[in-house]
Design a protein around this ligand. Structure first.
Ligand SMILES: [Zn+2]
Length: 168
């Protein structure tokens, strides 16, 4: 999978090779002399509390289809973490909110999407009554913080732990 996705140069379309550049092997194009740097993809991953409950989303698609996870998703080009958080929350749950606090970060290496850098954030939700699952969510629901289901991703569990410490 790793080979296929960087097989061709995104700059000129010729075939990439590999070269040792700045401390590691990287995809490199001989034709246009481009080094293809790769970086983790950042996400906004959200803790949305309501009293002693937090909001979870049931995943409709792979990876981890059918499992519950924290709302959130990848930060798009041109977006701040705050913008991505607001957009993803709206898309997945129909809710409106704002970032209250940056909790911390967690790295997930070699995921289906490559390396992912998750930014855990606490969101303040204005009104939970308009909650409904979006297109890529099977369900959305509030769960008691002390009785959560097994979450889809290790980093989501770690971000929940950061939140528990934050409020304890
Ligand atoms: Zn090239």
């Amino acid at each position: 999978m790793a080979m296929a996705y960087m097989e061709y140069c995104s700059n000129c379309g010729e075939k990439n090779s590999e070269m040792f550049v700045e401390g590691r092997h990287r995809y490199y194009c001989n034709h246009c002399d481009t080094v293809h740097y790769e970086n983790p993809k950042p996400t906004a991953t959200l803790i949305c509390p309501k009293g002693k409950e937090i909001l979870l989303v049931r995943r409709k698609y792979e990876p981890a289809k059918g499992f519950w996870c924290l709302p959130g998703g990848f930060i798009e080009l041109g977006e701040t973490p705050q913008m991505a958080a607001i957009r993803e929350l709206k898309e997945e749950t129909n809710l409106n909110g704002n970032i209250e606090k940056l909790l911390g970060h967690c790295s997930h290496f070699n995921s289906l999407f490559g390396d992912v850098l998750l930014l855990g954030m606490v969101m303040k939700i204005e009104d939970f009554s308009i909650m409904q699952p979006g297109d890529d969510a099977e369900d959305v629901k509030l769960f008691p913080l002390n009785n959560l289901p097994v979450l889809a991703f290790r980093c989501h569990t770690e971000i929940v732990e950061m939140y528990r410490k934050e409020i304890s």
